[in-house]
Design a protein around this ligand. Structure first.
Ligand SMILES: Nc1nc2c(ncn2[C@@H]2O[C@H](COP(=O)(O)OP(=O)(O)OP(=O)(O)O)[C@@H](O)[C@H]2O)c(=O)[nH]1
Ligand SMILES: [Mg+2]
Length: 377
């Protein structure tokens, strides 16, 4: 994820290598490199400039402890500012309402249907009884796609093939959910190639009619600044509650993740990192900052592992190992479970801090703890 940006930031901090202390000159040089890295990652100009101004002010204003190298200090400041830029605190999803209703919005192909499935899966793991709803009435294939996902996940899908009114379908789904004890309803809607009045009108009408707890805007992170602009248009019209960034496993440069919050002022709530139903992470700004700076994100990794691994099975396995009965079948099982956690590259990225210790040198007297993603979370 964001390898290019990570590499360029790493290079920026190299400017300070060998420097014993922070000076106006070496900070200016480093922040210039940071700004270049952000612009290359497709962060908008003003956001990048404001960002580096803040980093510079903070760096020059800090008394450098003799045990902290300028490189470490700048890394820490940049980490905290990146986290702040992406919203500071994780926003979470509003689960009030019985049932909780989540409405998807976004352009064609952004990943709404895929994310609807992922979210359903995610909420079920949190104990919700979820109903997926197919309110994309234009393509019969869209209903098929959601039904296939529902079958694959063993989650109920509400669809009405003869009904061409998405507002009615959404309302019917909620009524059905109430009658049958569903505690969460996820409504997948139709997208269009570009923002147009018909789509905006339709999604606005659905929102008005059902008053969802969460209106999420789903956007392909690979579209960079376009993603930010579209988010703004949707938010102005729909007053969204949060953003879902998809396809972060691809070669997205990071611009969308870094600029959306400052331009739209709505939090990123989830990120999609693959086509599989498990490839979903809650968005935590500080963890993402850590990943971008090559510090890894072990916390998210552990959460993913916890979602995939069955504690009871793990205990059984432990017993087997203790008794020397761990066989090839067990080994195969383990590999399959790791595969379910997502692609290897992504997983390695999460543990990068330990895989690539060169990123942040803690070889001096500074305890490595001090450079872990900020403790504000
Ligand atoms: N690599 C990757 N692919 C994704 C991700 N999310 C969705 N996709 C893929 O993107 C394509 C479009 O996803 P959909 O979920 O169908 O998008 P949509 O917004 O429902 O599209 P429409 O219904 O046509 O508006 C599919 O091939 C998905 O498998 C992701 O996080 N990573
Ligand atoms: Mg769809």
């Amino acid at each position: 994820m964001f390898e290019n940006l990570s590499d360029k930031l790493e290079r920026a901090f190299k400017v300070l290598k060998g420097h014993g202390q922070i000076t106006e000159i070496n900070v200016a040089e480093t922040t210039k490199e940071i700004r270049r890295a952000l612009l290359d990652a497709d962060v908008n100009f003003k956001t990048a400039k404001d960002f580096t101004d803040r980093v510079r002010t903070k760096a020059l204003g800090q008394n450098v402890l003799s045990s902290v190298s300028p490189g470490q200090l700048l890394t820490k400041i940049t980490h905290d500012e990146l986290a702040e830029l992406m919203g500071g605190q994780a926003a979470g999803i509003n689960m009030s309402g019985n049932p909780t209703v989540v409405l998807m919005s976004g352009l064609q192909g952004s990943g709404k249907t895929t994310f609807s499935g992922k979210l359903a899966n995610h909420l079920r793991k949190k104990g919700r009884k979820v109903l997926l709803t197919a309110a994309d009435v234009y393509r019969p294939a869209a209903i098929d796609q959601l039904e296939t996902l529902g079958k694959q996940l063993d989650i109920a899908v509400h669809s009405e093939r003869e009904n061409k009114d998405p507002v009615k379908i959404a309302q019917n789904a909620i009524a059905y959910a109430k009658q049958h004890g569903f505690t969460a309803v996820i409504i997948d809607t139709a997208g269009r190639l570009a923002v147009d009045e018909a789509m905006m009108d339709e999604i606005t009408r659905i929102k008005k009619a059902i008053d969802p707890q969460e209106t999420l805007f789903v956007v392909d992170a690979m579209t960079g600044q376009d993603a930010v602009n579209t988010a703004k248009v949707f938010n102005d019209r729909l007053n969204i509650d949060g953003v879902v960034l998809t396809k972060l496993d691809g070669d997205a440069r990071g611009g969308a993740a870094l600029s959306i919050r400052s331009v739209v002022d709505k939090p990123i709530k989830f990120i999609g990192t693959g086509e599989k139903m498990e490839a979903l992470d809650e968005f935590h700004p500080d963890r993402m900052a850590g990943r971008i700076l090559g510090m890894g994100d072990v916390v998210s990794l552990v959460e993913r592992a916890q979602e995939q691994f069955d504690e009871k099975a793990a205990r059984e396995l432990n017993k087997k190992i203790a008794k020397d009965q761990f066989g090839f079948d067990d080994f195969l099982d383990q590999i399959a479970q790791i595969k379910k956690m997502g692609n290897m590259k992504d997983l390695m990225g999460m543990i990068l801090a330990s895989a690539r210790p060169s990123r942040i040198s803690t070889s001096r007297t500074m305890p490595s703890r001090a450079l872990k993603p900020s403790s504000r979370a």
